[in-house]
Design a protein around this ligand. Structure first.
Ligand code: CO
Length: 504
């Protein structure tokens, strides 16, 4: 038996699937950016057909045969070798894909499509009762899906694995519990702080074309490469790594605020730098050419957006430029006030508009509710009451309407249970990676003050990006920082920042 031949066959089959997937990605990108509205029907047929072909190709029993053969070969001796990693991770996806009965896949797709329509209407009317019966159906399907995958402990573990492979509720719960206590403590101190920044100074006239030029210059300095990337506008900003030499991000501009587009751009650029840093030339289409998890992906976007983009040293370099470009709105603002304003902390209803501290409470609340729903400790009709009472407890404010509360996010209607924690995991990974980067590059902040980000970017590439899926997230964080994931680097980072801004 020629084992090399078997490995090559496995890789060539999986690569074909990835090339087809990247065709879906480009169609989806086009739909979000340039496609005329009336094309939506045909586009969903194109995407539907591709999804069907992809699923059929990837669940071909031949892949299972090849995997079984290769798992007993010498390739597995070195667990960190390219071959062993690819075999391990392809097995992981293959098992998951083949465990889901086709009937369930079709049922989930139909139900979530209906649920999304009804969610949109419910949100518009701020009437949870419109969405409740559909949410109930989605939850039941999610429980069925978890059963089909199989799990230890609770069903949430099975669903979480789609987004954060290898992770589990117990690990996350422990970290989140400590995080919650610390964040509530920080918020209490900020509430009673002697000084507070004025976020109103961020409002003004910010010409959209100038915003584009300024934003581009920022992310080019981070290392975003226009030879292998594009920047476009879309309603919902995103980043898509299409394939080798092709990574695309989008943003949206608000002519009255600089911060929305700018931080959004830095965020997506962080995702893009990750995609660009993976060795796709050699590994595209295989797990070694893919990102580790959503949490690690989000850590890269959050690191550039927050640890870099909301730092004083970054703005020491960029603020004078911003003042020259946006003379009318920024000439009377000083660096310290601006720095305070972009780091202003306040409880608010909407997750996507939240500051980097309260943001995590939004996630913790969703994580708790999702688990309770899947464990059948809560009925979907309990959600508005449970949401609002927990919100009051954590944020200290009453939710005025469901569209500002439990109806704000699209995730549940789309069947994305287990997704939310990856946002907060991203924040925690980011702080822990950045703390280590600062240790390894002692003059990092002085480099930022000169507009130099290449050393940080290379550090991320060497330590994280280039490994593809060689390590699972919990292994990677220990490999890179020497410690398992913890809330402490993030809390230390916030405390350092707020002691300066709020004098607490
Ligand atoms: Co993101």
């Amino acid at each position: 038996m020629d084992i090399k031949k078997s490995y090559d066959e496995l890789i060539s089959r999986v690569k074909e699937v990835s090339i087809l997937s990247s065709c879906s990605s480009i169609l989806w990108w086009d739909q979000e950016t340039y496609m005329p509205k009336a094309g939506v029907g045909h586009r969903s047929e194109q995407l539907g057909l591709l999804a069907k072909i992809i699923h059929k190709k990837f669940t071909d029993p031949r892949i299972g045969e090849l995997l079984s053969e290769l798992e007993n070969s010498d390739y597995m001796k070195d667990k960190e070798s390219v071959e062993a990693v690819n075999i391990r991770e392809i097995r992981h996806y293959y098992d998951k894909q083949t465990k889901l009965p086709e009937k369930l896949v079709v049922e989930i797709s139909k139900t979530t499509s209906l649920a999304q329509q009804n969610w949109a209407e419910a949100r518009k009317k701020s009437d949870f009762s419109i969405f409740a019966p559909f949410l109930e159906k989605v939850i039941n399907l999610m429980i069925e899906k978890a059963d089909a995958y199989g799990y230890e402990g609770e069903p949430y573990n099975a669903l979480l694995d789609d987004y954060e492979p290898g992770s589990n509720v117990k690990e996350i719960e422990e970290v989140f519990k400590n995080l919650k206590t610390e964040i509530i403590n920080i918020l209490e101190r900020i509430k009673n702080a002697p000084v507070k920044p004025d976020p109103k100074i961020l409002e003004g006239n910010f010409d959209v074309n100038l915003q584009r030029i300024f934003g581009e210059s920022v992310i080019l300095s981070f290392g975003f490469d226009l030879n292998s990337g594009r920047i476009d506008t879309s309603t919902h900003p995103f980043c898509s790594g299409i394939g080798p030499g092709d990574t695309r991000l989008t943003t949206r501009f608000d002519p009255n605020r600089l911060s929305n587009a700018l931080f959004g751009l830095m965020h997506e650029a962080g995702h893009a730098l990750y995609e660009m840093g993976i060795d796709k030339t050699n590994h595209f289409g295989t797990p070694m050419g893919e990102a580790v998890s959503l949490g690690i992906h989000e850590s890269q976007s959050r690191l550039w957006e927050n640890q870099v983009g909301r730092s004083k040293s970054f703005w020491k370099y960029f603020f004078p430029q911003a003042q020259r470009i946006f003379k009318q709105s920024l000439s009377n603002v000083d660096l310290d006030s601006f720095y305070g304003a972009i780091n202003y902390v306040t409880p608010s209803y909407i997750r996507v508009e939240a500051d980097e501290t309260t943001y995590n409470l939004h996630i913790l609340l969703r994580f708790e509710l999702e688990r309770a729903l899947l464990n059948k400790e809560l009925k979907s009709s309990d959600i508005p009451y449970e949401w609002n009472s927990r919100f009051k407890k954590y944020f200290g404010i009453d939710v005025d309407k469901d569209s500002n509360g439990c109806l704000q996010d699209i995730h549940w209607s789309g069947g994305l249970f287990g997704y939310f924690p990856t946002y907060t995991l991203g924040n925690l990974f980011a702080a822990q990676f950045f703390e280590k980067a600062k240790k390894d590059i002692p003059d990092l902040e002085q480099q930022f003050e000169k507009g130099i980000f290449s050393e940080l970017r290379n550090w991320l590439k060497e330590n994280i990006h280039k490994h593809g899926q060689r390590y699972r997230a919990n292994v990677l964080i220990e490999k890179v920082t020497g410690k398992p994931l913890s809330h402490i680097p993030f809390i230390n980072y916030l405390n350092r920042k707020y002691s300066e801004i709020y004098k607490i």
